[in-house]
Every structure is written in structure tokens, then in C-alpha cells.
Ligand binder design. Structure first.
Ligand code: FAD
Length: 456
């Protein structure tokens, strides 16, 4: 009798899988395979056995069942932006939700219902029609669910809180194939866990988010160059610290092509004034070379920043800090000035305002009490630079550590982060509560390609 190879058995099984699905299966021999396995971070180059392009909850249940019976590793793909490349695995099965991008808006209840693969541009475009918004990420192609489950910091954080604070309900397929709802009156503990606990408990087929009225913002970018950048960064810090909650603000420190210090400030003001005082303060500072700040629809603000998909290699590492002390700013100015190429930036995201309002019983995230999220972000093209650029990011992030509030930001973490950093982002009690949920919904840790909460 002829022994059949593992590959040919899987090949037969995939024929069977195809028949059971409404969606499609992409295999390594398919012409679209390379495009389908690509993720945002070109540093990640993995070859799954198959990619299941789901079109509904039933497909997800079939895919989970297929993976379980063949002991294949599972990766879940939403927008494909996670810098750790969690959306793809070697030799396993990718549950690809990119065919599930619908968004329905209920303007009366002020709820958006986004399918599990919807992106921020899908959602913002749909809600914009009704003059409604939810606080999301700043790059349109990022997945709504992937970002929301990990927290979510963006242009409306000070006004409306973290994205997960706006989660109203969710529908999921859990790893044993069961359909589950998490709502204020059903599976409330699971709903709590989805407020920051990531994709650990199930594949979300539909996420409901609260919406808020917003017609226009004063936003755009302020860019500074040269020796004044340090003083501008201090003013940014002071503006953020004293800002009322109608101003969200972020900054990026780095070098320009001539290796001169460069600072970008991205404000988003939602109050009634057209030329608000905190922004006036920033707009008169020395070194300003570009100012696009003005009144605009929120959707336009959401289109201000973009990043090429799957082209650059990325390595990110950061810390939450209580405050941006002068010493920390000086340390980062000296370090960035010493970079020999403009390949590493430092992102400062202010967490003032609404994140602090939220009742801690709503979700387990502890870092909402920090002052800033400070992230060192390396971006480059050449494979030969991998080692040196990753080392540079690590060294720079290490220099921030003495000021660390504890824990890292799950949404920006690489796959090499230790469990303690995930745990510290929640604190021991909340983390143990999340682990209990994990034991209930995914006891064998099928969904482990994420900022993992192990069942035990
Ligand atoms: C260019 C860029 C801009 C970004 N901007 C911001 C920002 O402004 N603010 C911010 O907070 N973060 C931001 N992020 C980080 C982003 O929030 C996280 O990387 C997030 O995980 C991306 O989700 P995704 O669906 O696009 O990614 P994917 O890589 O597809 O998914 C990542 C993980 O999310 C989980 N997941 C995704 N969808 C589902 C689902 N439907 N059900 C269950 N689990 C799911 C899975 O665990 C999956 O492995 C940005 C990232 C990039 C690359």
C-alpha cells in the first residue's frame, strides 16, 4: 500500500474544506497566495498551509473546526496591521476576515455595527454620513476590531477615551465553533474582557461601537526642524498636560533627510473655536516649517496619515510613562540626534482627558492612568539593516524604561515581548480575571497568535 504524504492528505482535505465554505481557500499554489499572506510589517514573512477567506460566521466555525481536527495553528487576520505579524503563521491556517468589511450605522441608537474585517476607513466613511464618530486609530487601513480589542489610541482619545471604551457589544465564534454574544445583559464578563483583552477569546464577527456626534475638527499637522525642536517638544508636553478634553494631541520626534532634528505634532481639537489658544501657542514657535492646521471634517482628519502596506520592515517598542520629564525629553533628544539615518522615530501619544474618566470595572486596562504612551518605531527597507535597526530600537526603548509606568501597549508590541509586559498593562488582578475568561472560552489556547493571555 502506498503511503500518502502529509501534503497530499492536506490537499484532499482542502478540497473538502472548499466545499464546506461560502468563502474561498487560498493555497500556496494560488497566484494570489503571496499577496494574501502579506502583512503590514515586511519583516514578517510566513507561509501558511492555507488562507480561508471567510464571508460569514459559519465559515469561521468551519475553519476553526478544520484547524482543530488537523491540529493546525490558527492566525486571525483583520486589517493585517499588527506589527508582530499576528495575522499570519507558518504551516497553519489563516482565518482571513478581509471579505467581511461591512459597516451598518443606526443613527438613532448611535451605534455602528462593524464586521470583523472592517477597517477604520470603512467605519469612518459610514458614520461620517450621519455626522457621527467613534474614537479610532489614525490610519484608515487598520482593522477596527484588531485595534479596538487592544485598546485604541487616536485623534479623539482625550474627548472620547480609548476605542475599547466605546465597545457596546460583540458577536463571536469561539474556538469550539460555538456562536456567542457579549452584551451588557449577556456574557458580561466576556464583554469586560473584550475591553482590552485582544483576540484571545474568539473570532469577532461583528463589533458594536457607540457613536458620538461630531461635525468638524481643527486638525492637521505642525512640522518643526532644527535646534528648537527640544523646546517645542516641551511645549507640546505642557499643552497636553493642561489641555481641556477637547484637544487630543500626538507628536513624533526623529530626524529629517538632512539628519536635522524633526518634530511633527498632530492635534485634533473639537471645541467651538477656530483658532484655539493651545494651538496658537504651538503655531508661533520657532522652527515651524509646515502648518496645515485648520477646520476640516473629521473624515479628512482621518485621512491625514497613511503608511505603505507590506513594503517597509518595522520594529516597535515602547513604554507608558507618568509624565514627560525634562530629563526624559533630553535623553530622547540626545539619542535621536545620534542616529546616523532617519530610520527611527519616537511617537508620543497623550492619554489625558477621557481615558481617565472610565469606570475601572468596565475593562481591565491599567495604562489609561499613564500620562503618555512613548513608542520607539524603526522603519527601514533593507534586510541587511534588520539586526542593527532592531538593536537601535531596543536600546532607545531601554533608555525610556526608568520612567516606565509599567507594561507595554499591546497594539504596538512585537512578538518577542515577554508575558510580564502584557500582564503589567493590566495589573495582576485584571490579568488573572482575563486568564479565567481564557480558560472558559479558549482552554487549549487555540487563539495564541496575539498578545497572549495564557489560560494558566
Ligand atoms: C500603520 C499603523 C497604524 C496604526 N495606528 C494605530 C493607532 O492610531 N492607534 C492604535 O491604537 N493602534 C494603531 N496601530 C496598531 C493596531 O491597532 C494593531 O496593530 C492592531 O492589532 C491592528 O489590527 P488589525 O486587524 O489591522 O491587524 P491584524 O494583524 O489583522 O490582527 C491583529 C490581531 O488582532 C486580532 N484580531 C483582529 N481582528 C479580529 C477579529 N475580528 N476577531 C478577533 N481577533 C481579531 C487577532 O488577535 C489578530 O492576530 C497601528 C498599526 C499600524 C501598522
Amino acid at each position: 500500500m502506498i503511503e500518502r504524504s502529509v501534503e497530499s492528505r492536506l490537499e484532499d482535505d482542502l478540497v473538502e474544506l472548499r466545499r464546506s465554505l461560502a468563502g474561498a481557500v487560498v493555497e500556496p499554489t494560488d497566484p494570489v497566495y503571496d499577496a494574501a499572506r502579506r502583512c503590514f510589517n515586511a519583516l514578517v514573512d510566513r507561509r501558511p498551509a492555507a488562507i480561508v477567506r471567510c464571508v460569514g460566521a459559519e465559515d469561521i466555525a468551519v475553519a476553526l473546526d478544520f484547524a482543530r481536527t488537523r491540529e493546525l495553528e490558527v492566525a486571525v487576520r483583520g486589517g493585517g496591521h499588527n506589527p508582530a505579524g499576528h495575522c499570519v503563521c507558518d504551516d497553519g491556517l489563516v482565518i482571513d476576515l478581509s471579505g467581511m468589511r461591512g459597516v451598518a450605522v443606526d443613527p438613532v441608537a448611535r451605534i455602528a455595527r462593524a464586521q470583523g474585517g472592517a477597517t477604520w476607513l470603512d467605519l469612518d466613511t459610514a458614520t461620517h454620513e450621519f455626522g457621527l464618530v467613534t474614537p479610532g486609530g489614525i490610519v484608515g487601513s487598520t482593522g477596527v476590531t484588531g485595534l479596538a480589542l487592544g485598546g485604541g489610541i487616536g485623534h479623539l482619545t482625550a474627548q472620547l477615551g480609548l476605542t475599547c471604551d466605546s465597545i457596546a457589544a460583540a458577536e463571536l465564534v469561539i474556538p469550539d465553533g460555538t456562536f456567542v454574544q457579549a452584551r451588557p445583559d449577556e456574557n458580561t464578563e466576556l464583554l469586560w474582557g473584550l475591553h482590552g483583552g485582544g483576540g484571545n477569546f474568539g473570532v469577532v464577527t461583528s463589533l458594536e461601537l457607540h457613536l458620538h456626534p461630531l461635525e468638524r475638527v481643527v486638525g492637521g499637522r505642525l512640522e518643526y526642524r532644527g535646534s528648537a525642536v527640544g523646546d517645542v517638544l516641551r511645549t507640546f508636553r505642557d499643552v497636553a498636560a493642561r489641555s481641556p478634553r477637547d484637544l487630543s494631541i500626538q507628536a513624533v520626534l526623529g530626524l529629517d533627510e538632512t539628519l536635522a532634528p524633526a518634530l511633527l505634532i498632530a492635534p485634533c481639537y473639537t471645541g467651538s473655536e477656530l483658532d484655539p489658544e493651545p494651538l496658537r501657542r504651538l503655531r508661533v514657535l520657532p522652527g515651524l516649517v509646515r502648518d496645515t492646521v485648520g477646520a476640516r471634517p473629521f473624515l479628512e482628519q482621518q485621512l491625514e496619515f497613511d503608511s505603505p502596506y507590506g513594503e517597509n520592515r518595522h520594529y516597535w517598542k515602547g513604554h507608558f510613562v507618568d509624565e514627560l520629564t525634562d530629563e526624559l525629553i533630553d535623553e530622547l533628544l540626545v539619542r535621536t540626534a545620534g542616529f546616523r539615518k532617519p530610520v527611527v522615530d519616537v511617537l508620543f501619544e497623550s492619554l489625558h482627558g477621557a481615558p481617565k474618566d472610565v469606570d475601572p470595572t468596565v475593562g481591565g486596562i491599567r495604562y489609561r492612568n499613564a500620562g503618555f504612551n512613548v513608542s520607539v518605531m524603526g522603519t527601514w527597507r533593507d534586510v541587511a539593516d534588520d539586526e542593527s535597526h532592531i538593536a537601535l530600537v531596543r536600546e532607545t526603548a531601554e533608555a525610556i524604561e526608568p520612567w516606565s509606568f509599567g507594561g507595554g501597549y499591546a497594539n504596538y508590541m512585537q512578538a518577542d515581548e515577554p508575558l510580564e509586559r502584557v500582564r503589567a498593562a493590566f495589573g495582576d488582578d485584571a490579568f488573572e480575571r482575563l486568564q479565567a475568561l481564557k480558560r472558559q472560552y479558549d482552554p487549549t489556547n487555540v487563539l495564541r497568535r496575539n498578545q497572549n493571555i495564557p489560560p494558566a
